[in-house]
Design a protein around this ligand. Structure first.
Ligand code: COA
Length: 328
């Protein structure tokens, strides 16, 4: 039985805070060098939100742009899904904050899938559209990671940045659009990438603060290996589900964690780096915002054209990984 509806991305938006923190700025903050950061990660600079700015502040700006680019108004949005690991509060959800700031009248919820949050949320939006329940869904990835980074830990503070991206996922009767999704997880590896404090396992106390448990913790080299393996596997699985071959893929738009990870994934897939969208040098790792901002830039630059096969792929804490195949 063929499904009655398809979902496609009809509008994209991004928002990066104005302030830029370069590797040279970081040299003055921790024992590091521009050369080390560039050679190990490919990152040159990242955007950092002003103190007092929340993820919903960034997300609502990206959302307004995406809605406008979709040719819609806020009243057309029937559901808001926000992917974030840096919510405004433990609750209410950041999606509710964005719903209010937009003036939307619809359901809203957050999705906790870390850096894989955007393809995870897009898969949920796709299912709501395919089922006929909704026509237009706003999917946002928004992060103020700067508030959760230990700025005295050189192994992590050089990697991350703040930013937001948004997409409107709409009902379409065309053949194209979102063709397949693939979601994966492995909680056995939760410890290699996490913010351990502040949840029900370790509620905030003077001790958790003194032990720096509210900052992002990462076993970098372990995460690196898993990232390469899972992103390679996720791309292969989603194109299999979509019924296409690797050589038909026009663009791979990966989570922007580290240039060396992206190169390694490209090599494993035997895909030319000309087909891999990269912007990590300007933004660092923006967690759930990375993939959607990269997609927005690739579309705005005219790289992604109608008829192209695009694979979004991401991995993150959880562990989680996910991929989306789109026939643009
Ligand atoms: N500046 C200078 N030296 C640094 C440094 C920095 N910013 N950060 C770490 N180092 C040092 C380490 O202390 C270590 O020193 P030692 O050998 O004296 O102990 C040395 O550099 C090598 O560290 P190592 O961890 O082996 O480097 P690496 O090649 O694995 O690169 C990462 C480190 C973090 C860049 C890399 O592991 C990585 O990108 N991992 C994945 C991270 C990621 O994607 N996270 C997000 C997932 S969503």
């Amino acid at each position: 039985m063929t499904e009655p509806y398809r979902a496609c991305i009809t509008g994209l938006g991004s928002y990066l805070p104005e302030k830029v923190l370069s590797n040279f700025d970081l040299e003055k903050m921790v024992e590091t060098t521009d050369e080390w950061i560039r050679s190990r990660t490919g990152i040159r600079e990242r955007h950092i939100a002003e103190k007092g700015t929340s993820s919903s502040d960034l997300g609502v700006n990206a959302a307004r742009q995406a809605i406008k680019n979709a040719g819609l108004t806020v009243s057309d949005i029937e559901l808001i899904i926000v992917a974030t690991i840096t919510p405004d509060m433990l609750f209410p959800s950041t999606a509710c904050m964005i719903q209010h700031k937009l003036g939307a009248e619809c359901g809203a919820f957050d999705m906790a899938a870390a850096c894989a949050g955007f393809p995870y949320a897009t898969a949920v939006a796709d299912a709501f559209i395919r089922s006929g329940i909704h026509k237009h869904i706003l999917v946002v990835g928004a992060e103020v990671l700067s508030g959760f980074i230990d700025w005295s830990d050189r192994a992590t503070c050089v990697l991350f940045g703040d930013g937001a991206g948004a997409a409107v996922v709409s009902r379409s009767e065309d053949e194209g659009g979102i063709i397949a999704s693939y979601l994966g997880s492995d909680g056995a590896q939760a410890d290699i990438l996490k913010i351990p404090g502040g949840g029900s396992a370790h509620p905030t106390t003077n001790e958790t603060v003194a032990d720096r448990m509210h900052y992002l913790k990462m076993e970098g080299s372990e995460v690196f290996k898993v990232a390469v393996r899972t992103m390679d596997a996720a791309v292969r699985e989603v194109i299999k589900r979509g019924g296409i071959q690797l050589d038909q893929v026009d663009w791979v738009i990966p989570h922007q964690a580290n240039m060396r990870i992206l190169t390694a994934v490209g090599e494993r897939l035997k895909i030319s780096m000309d087909k891999v969208v990269v912007n990590v040098e300007r933004y660092g790792n923006m967690s759930s915002a990375s993939t959607v901002v990269a997609l927005h830039e690739a579309v705005a630059d005219g790289k992604v054209k109608k008829g192209d096969y695009v694979v979004l792929v991401a991995f993150g804490g959880g562990l989680t990984w996910a991929a989306t195949l789109i026939h643009w």
